[in-house]
Design a protein around this ligand. Structure first.
Ligand code: SF4
Ligand code: SF4
Length: 131
């Protein structure tokens, strides 16, 4: 059972191209972006920004309905505002890179000898090329 976005990435990574396309179509069908105040009046017609990435037309944050969207729990998403910040996998990647940078900085500043190997935050960047 998928309980976090990291597990969901693994699960989606195992899908065939057709299965992945179907999954993206399911996301778009369930997306509630059209009910969102940030979406309203922008002329945007795309949906499912958590998978397709930023909108060219939505630029002003007037609130986000992602928390009310079934896709949030289906994909174990933990962010929002994907139309302005990018696809969930890209936000996740940026967050992980930032965490890795902080850990490296801490390690460089520490006088303590390193007791064990640091956690491995490597991500397979070829995942979800279709997203
Ligand atoms: S989580 Fe947000 S962007 Fe993703 S499908 Fe739902 S409303 Fe749309
Ligand atoms: S991603 Fe969030 S902020 Fe953007 S249109 Fe969809 S619900 Fe609104």
């Amino acid at each position: 059972m998928v309980t976090c976005f990291e597990d969901m990435l693994e699960e989606l990574d195992s899908l065939s191209p057709d299965e992945l396309s179907n999954k993206i179509a399911e996301v778009k069908d369930s997306c509630v972006c059209i009910t969102c105040p940030s979406y309203d009046g922008t002329g945007e017609i795309n949906v499912g920004f958590c998978t397709i990435g930023k909108s060219d037309l939505i630029t002003e944050n007037k609130g986000c309905s992602c928390g009310d969207c079934p896709v949030t729990s289906i994909l174990s998403l933990r962010w929002g505002g994907y139309c302005m910040h990018g696809a969930a996998k890209d936000i996740f990647k940026a967050e992980t890179e930032s965490m890795k940078g902080e850990l490296l900085e801490e390690a460089c500043q520490s006088d303590e000898p390193r007791a064990e190997e640091p956690p491995n935050f490597d991500i397979d960047e070829t995942r979800f090329d279709q997203f």
